[in-house]
Write a protein that binds this ligand. Structure first.
Ligand SMILES: Nc1ncnc2c1ncn2[C@@H]1O[C@H](COP(=O)(O)OP(=O)(O)OP(=O)(O)O)[C@@H](O)[C@H]1O
Ligand SMILES: [Mg+2]
Length: 418
């Protein structure tokens, strides 16, 4: 697994577990304490993660890390499920008179669901406790790693489950082709992937990052999530952390730059700078200067929503990501909105589903969210009313949607208005 990636997953878990909406729903289900304990255990384990990754040549540590990795993924999924539930609840309770809301939140329904989720959370907490207790070797805590930075944008990591990604084979092929193309002038060239929020830029970059051919081609592969803060010093620190598996000590910029150059100069590297917002050309040049010492064939992959960012950073023609093709959008929608096989039962359901899907303009985040909401609506009338009423409500009330989804709706709203 990529260096530091597990730490990002654990940070994600801690952040999600601390989310207000998650805590609110956990309170209703009576699992607030369990979530709190889960969060504490994951924090404790996170403190020794970097040391464990550094010692993974020890077989025992390696096995322990593997167990931990599996548990982390499952916990991350579980918290996503809870966040989605919280969101669904929020959207549905906006219209308090709606019958389905009353049914959905009727005591017995909630109780059954809450109980099931409660069991899942408890089992997950116990699994982490067991992993934490089952450490027969010594690992050092690196206390600075305990802190979890709360950021407006979620930190990304390089890990993805390829089987969850639908319809991006062509994009993946084109991006890889461009990354491996030997006919470029500069030693280190920059390929931007550009597209609106929620379109799957990070996801497709993860697919590329984990591809075997890419793994074999580059000597060094690095993933850095840039997000809000395009601070050259911080980015240099993050790249160094990625290479060395530990946060650089509080060093002067000059020392950091020298250190980084020592690590990358002469090596064919691939660096992903995920989620770049900086449109300031000066700052970009400053960073580029530091990164230019890589061997011929080195590549920097930049993901961004901004065409300006793509323009100022590019040295290779940007890859412009489009919405999912109809058939793939439909597959994803089906997966989210129907029980398996259920969609074949009613042709008119399909028709209205396809109309709703059009409104998602192929954006996977929108398809996932809206498909997920429709999953709980079991009649054609409900689907129709969702299309005419609730989709427009989402637009008006976008401020109370979970932040990441809000970003997707901002975009969605402008398309729906056209
Ligand atoms: N091809 C796909 N198949 C299934 N799910 C996808 C696909 N692409 C993206 N997703 C899901 O959609 C969501 C948004 O994807 P992602 O974060 O990659 O978008 P992004 O373009 O990087 O967005 P942002 O601009 O906010 O960074 C994620 O939950 C991701 O798992
Ligand atoms: Mg992204």
């Amino acid at each position: 697994m990529a260096e530091g990636a597990l730490f990002s997953v654990s940070s994600g878990i801690i952040r999600k577990a601390g989310d207000v909406a998650v805590q609110e729903i956990a309170l209703i289900w009576g699992v607030k304490d369990e979530i709190k304990k889960l969060k504490e255990t994951v924090s404790t384990i996170s403190a020794v993660l970097l040391d464990a990754e550094a010692k993974k040549h020890n077989n025992e540590v390696k096995l322990w890390l593997q167990r931990l990795k599996d548990a982390m993924f499952d916990a991350d999924d579980l918290l996503d499920e809870i966040s989605t539930e919280a969101l669904r609840r929020e959207v549905m309770t906006r219209d308090k008179k709606a019958k389905e809301v009353r049914i959905f939140f009727s005591k017995s329904n909630q109780l059954a669901y809450g109980l099931r989720m409660g069991h899942k959370v408890k089992a997950m907490r116990e699994r982490f406790d067991a992993i934490a207790a089952d450490r027969k070797f010594h690992l050092d805590e690196r206390s600075e790693e305990r802190q979890v930075r709360y950021k407006a944008r979620q930190q990304t990591h390089s890990v993805v489950r390829a089987e969850d990604v639908i319809g991006r084979e062509e994009d993946k092929k084109a991006i890889i082709g461009s990354l491996l193309d030997p006919n470029v002038k500069e030693n280190v060239s920059v390929l931007p992937i550009v597209g609106v929020g929620g379109l799957g830029k990070t996801t497709v970059s993860q697919l590329v990052f984990n591809d075997e051919e890419i793994k074999n081609h580059f000597e060094l592969k690095l993933w850095v999530c840039v997000s809000d803060d395009f601070d050259v010093k911080i980015i240099v620190e993050k790249i160094l952390e990625c290479i060395k598996n530990e946060k650089p000590k509080d060093l002067e910029m000059n020392t950091l730059v020298n250190d980084l150059e020592k690590e990358i100069n002469g090596k064919r590297y691939m660096l992903v700078l995920d989620d770049v917002w900086n449109e300031d050309r000066e700052k970009w040049s400053e960073l580029k200067k530091i990164l230019m010492g890589g061997a011929k064939g080195s590549r920097i992959l930049v993901t961004t929503r901004s065409e300006i960012v793509a323009k100022i950073s590019q040295s290779i023609q940007p890859h412009v990501l489009k919405g999912l093709e109809e058939q793939y959008a439909w597959s994803l929608f089906k997966k989210m909105a129907f029980e398996e096989g259920e969609e074949e039962m009613n042709a008119s359901f399909l028709e209205i589903g396809k109309e709703i899907l059009k409104m998602c303009v192929g954006v996977p985040l929108a398809i996932r969210t809206i498909g997920g909401l429709l999953y709980f609506k079991k009649s054609e009338i409900e689907w129709r009313s969702f299309k005419t009423n609730e989709l427009s409500k989402i637009r008006q009330n976008e401020s109370d949607i979970l932040p990441t989804l809000k970003l997707s709706y901002n975009y969605l709203a402008s398309h729906l208005k056209q």
